[in-house]
Structures are given as structure tokens and as C-alpha cells.
Design a protein around this ligand. Structure first.
Ligand SMILES: [Zn+2]
Length: 257
């Protein structure tokens, strides 16, 4: 549904009045999917935004066996960084310096993003957080970010085209070993650097693609969380079932096509 009122008023009076001030929050498009209400300051057209979000939601729910979610999430897409900062700083001042933002609200969770050349990756990343937290009462930080990094790449090249694959291979060439125990020590986004994002992604990629066994470990852990049981650290659970997981991760990353 398009916010026609604002659009036509602008057309009718645009020639007579000075250019209208463009305050953040002048939505050009408002659309809704089963899961998201989207408000956008830019015209995405052809229902691209609802379609992207529906595809992402279906993929995440099917891949991770999360089941059906209740409730709606909100996505706010701004036409530029200035409008993003203006809108967000009034509501979540601590989030205004971020590139994009997911906020878990009391009533509803919201994603704030501004338009740029790779905005679709940002949308998939932040909305992955929103979808995961809609379904799960808790998620370890490294797993939350690893999954968001994984799903942010479009489906067609998701398992092969993520820049993290090249970067982790490069790091491993210089004997870097992604440490799950170290990732589990991270408690806030402020503690995470780009290498932590890369390593979190590598563990998620390993769990998703190495074998049925590795994928089942991830799914079983998420199921435990979903059922409301305190799951304990994933590493305990992983190494109990797969004592040589570190060596298998290395092998998986080196040989993945
Ligand atoms: Zn994130």
C-alpha cells in the first residue's frame, strides 16, 4: 500500500509552494507481509521488500526448523543516513551511530536501516536477528551474529559467495584457528571485532554444511532453547558429540567449493 496522500499533496502543491522540508519518517511505501510491516522512504517497487522479507523468513524457518511465529516485526527503511540518524536518535539515542539497528521492544521488535548500495545485505542481516529473536527466547551472541552474517548474503550465493569464506581461508593459511570457546566469552557487540564476526560465521557455516551430524547439533541446540530449557554453552555440547570438531572445521573450510 502506498502512502498516496503525502505523494499527491506534494504533486499538487509542489509548483506553488517552496520545496517541502523532508523530515525523516515521510513514508513513500508501506507494505505488510505475514511477519513484517515495512515503512520505506524510498520506492523499492514491484513488492521487492515484502518479497525479500518473506523469502528470508521462510528460508530461516525452514533451515533452522523454527516453526511458525506469532506477531509482527517492523522495518523502517530511510532514504539516507541523515534521516536514519534523525529518526533513530529521537527514539534510541545510543543506536544512532550504528550502520543499521535491530531493537527488541516490549511490544514489538523493530529494524532501522538506511538505503545504500548494499542495503539488501543489511536488511537480511538485521531482519535475521529479528526473526530469530521472535522464535527463540535466547541466543548466544556469537551464534546470533554468525547466523545473521550467514543469512545476509542472498540465497543464490549464500554458502559460496560470502566474503568471510575468502577471509577465513586467508587467516587459516597463517595458522589462525577459530576458537569457539573465545567466541563464547563475548557478551556485547562492543566486544566484537570483524574477526569475531568472521569466526562466528565460519562455525555456523561448518554446522550448516559439513554433515548431517553437524547440522543436527545446531538444530538440536536451537530446539532446546526454543523449548525454554537453559542450553548451556554450545561448545560443551559440540565437543561431547564431536571431539574433533576443530580439525573438522579446518578441513571443511579448506575444501568447501
Ligand atoms: Zn548483527
Amino acid at each position: 500500500m502506498i502512502n498516496r496522500t503525502g505523494f499527491f499533496l506534494l504533486l499538487a502543491f509542489g509548483l506553488l509552494l517552496p520545496v517541502r522540508g523532508e523530515a525523516a519518517g515521510d513514508w513513500m511505501e508501506i507494505s505488510e507481509t505475514e511477519t513484517f510491516i515495512c515503512r520505506s522512504e524510498v520506492r523499492i517497487g514491484q513488492n521487492e521488500l515484502p518479497q525479500l522479507l518473506k523469502t528470508l523468513n521462510d528460508e530461516i524457518n525452514q533451515t533452522l526448523e523454527l516453526g511458525k511465529n506469532e506477531g509482527l516485526l517492523e522495518l523502517y527503511l530511510f532514504k539516507n543516513r541523515r534521516n536514519f540518524v534523525e529518526y533513530v536518535s529521537l527514539r534510541i539515542p545510543e543506536g544512532a551511530n550504528r550502520q543499521a539497528l535491530y531493537v527488541k521492544g516490549e511490544d514489538r521488535s523493530r529494524v532501522y536501516i538506511y538505503n545504500h548500495s548494499e542495503v539488501r545485505d543489511d536488511i537480511r542481516h538485521e531482519c535475521t536477528h529479528a526473526i530469530l529473536h521472535q522464535a527463540l527466547p535466547y541466543l548466544p551472541l556469537w551464534m546470533d551474529e554468525g547466523l545473521a552474517e550467514y543469512f545476509e548474503v542472498e540465497h543464490r550465493v549464500r554458502s559460496t559467495g560470502n566474503p568471510h569464506l575468502r577471509d577465513i581461508r586467508f587467516a587459516m593459511f597463517f595458522r589462525h584457528k577459530p576458537s569457539l570457546a573465545e567466541l563464547e566469552q563475548l557478551n556485547s557487540l562492543g566486544e566484537m571485532d570483524k574477526n569475531d564476526y568472521r569466526d562466528s560465521w565460519a562455525w555456523i557455516h561448518f554446522l550448516m554444511h559439513e554433515s548431517q551430524e553437524s547440522r543436527q547439533l545446531l538444530l538440536q541446540y536451537l530446539k532446546t532453547i526454543r523449548e525454554g530449557e537453559p542450553p548451556g554453552p554450545f561448545s560443551q555440547y559440540l565437543y561431547r558429540a564431536m571431539p574433533n570438531a576443530d580439525a573438522r572445521l579446518q578441513q571443511h573450510i579448506k575444501t568447501w567449493k
